[in-house]
Design a protein around this ligand. Structure first.
Ligand SMILES: Cc1cc2nc3c(=O)[nH]c(=O)nc-3n(C[C@H](O)[C@H](O)[C@H](O)COP(=O)(O)OP(=O)(O)OC[C@H]3O[C@@H](n4cnc5c(N)ncnc54)[C@H](O)[C@@H]3O)c2cc1C
Length: 294
């Protein structure tokens, strides 16, 4: 997405086309061991030398980092300017000398995807692989997250719908006390609460997606979508497990995997605490009161 937003035609032609066609795999590297929520204080450095840039530092928790052919990497080119002005995005190919993949993290969920540490030791990146303007990398990262957070809302909606549909089916099929589980009000109320949340999630996701599609600023809405949908999906999957009783806890059904996979959605793409901060700061800004985290 960063490449779509900030790439030159030549960069899109060289990299984005193949990424979209599935011929190459990409990764997006912002987080570092000492800069997670505080992404403005990344320590990976970029030094301009002749017709290239030299990257030094490390990244952590990078999805697809161990497989990626092409990576968008954020580095500080001038710390004195702070994040807005002093961070630049670079397109790094996996074969660039000085780029190394570190440990692949053993994770609670999302086990179909690798999450790895990355190292840059005098990694030389040609000038034409600067993504966007020098110093505009942090803005690109934030714009990318605005879009990604809306997408995460959509994937949470999908998972919630699956959990709900499995629950309705099970509640009708499963008999206890000589009746379908769906005949018990306690189960009906759970299904009703799940359906209400799903309805709200769907409206929010589509409203936000329309704004993103129209190219409007969706910082507030995408944070709201990320926050609400990831929390609602976690609650819905949890209730789905409850409706399934012991079977919900069994690996025979997909629910225990969905429960584990959902957990990280409240952590990545900016934790939900950070989303609350973004939402409050956007609302207070509109009311004429500026608070600054980044
Ligand atoms: C599976 C997985 C995949 C990921 N993929 C990527 C990727 O592809 N690319 C990438 O760049 N990153 C990726 N990440 C990193 C992810 O974005 C970070 O883990 C996340 O931003 C949180 O940073 P942290 O883990 O350093 O937690 P920390 O920032 O150390 O936060 C720890 C806790 O403190 C809270 N906290 C921190 N600051 C504040 C504050 N000001 N106010 C209130 N609470 C606060 C947080 O909300 C959290 O609860 C991934 C992470 C995971 C787990």
């Amino acid at each position: 997405m960063s490449m779509f937003l900030s790439g030159t035609d030549a960069q899109k032609d060289r990299y984005l086309r193949q990424l979209c066609e599935g011929k190459k795999l990409g990764a997006w590297a912002l987080t570092e061991p000492n800069a997670g929520s505080d992404a403005a204080h990344i320590r990976t450095t970029a030094t301009h030398e002749g017709d290239s840039w030299v990257l030094n530092g490390s990244k952590m928790w990078i999805t697809n980092g161990s497989f990626a052919d092409v990576l968008v990497v954020f580095a500080a080119n001038d710390r004195s300017l702070g994040a807005r002005g002093g961070v630049t995005a670079f397109i790094v190919e996996k074969d660039f000398p000085g780029f190394k993949v570190g440990k692949v993290e053993p994770k609670m969920g999302l086990r179909a995807s690798h999450t790895a540490s990355l190292f840059f030791e005098d990694c030389r990146v040609p000038q034409e692989n600067v993504l966007g303007q020098v110093g505009a990398g942090f803005a690109t990262a934030m714009q990318t997250l605005d879009i990604g957070r809306c997408g995460l809302g959509a994937s949470s909606l999908g998972a919630a719908k699956e959990a709900y549909e499995l629950s309705v089916k099970y509640a009708i099929e499963r008999q206890q006390f000589g009746r379908a589980m769906a005949d018990f009000q306690a189960i009906q109320f759970k299904l009703a609460d799940m359906a209400v949340k799903i309805y709200a999630m769907e409206q929010m996701v589509y409203d936000c997606a329309k704004k993103v599609d129209r190219g409007e600023n969706a910082t507030l809405e995408s944070s709201m979508v990320k926050l609400f949908c990831t929390e609602a999906a976690s609650q819905i999957i949890d209730e789905a497990i409850q409706i399934h009783g012991g079977m919900g806890f069994s690996r025979e059904l997909p629910l225990e995997r969905m429960y584990r996979d959902a957990r990280v959605t409240r952590i990545f793409e900016g934790t939900n605490e950070i989303q609350r901060h973004v939402i409050a700061s956007e609302l207070l800004k509109r009311a004429g009161h500026k608070i600054k985290l980044y």
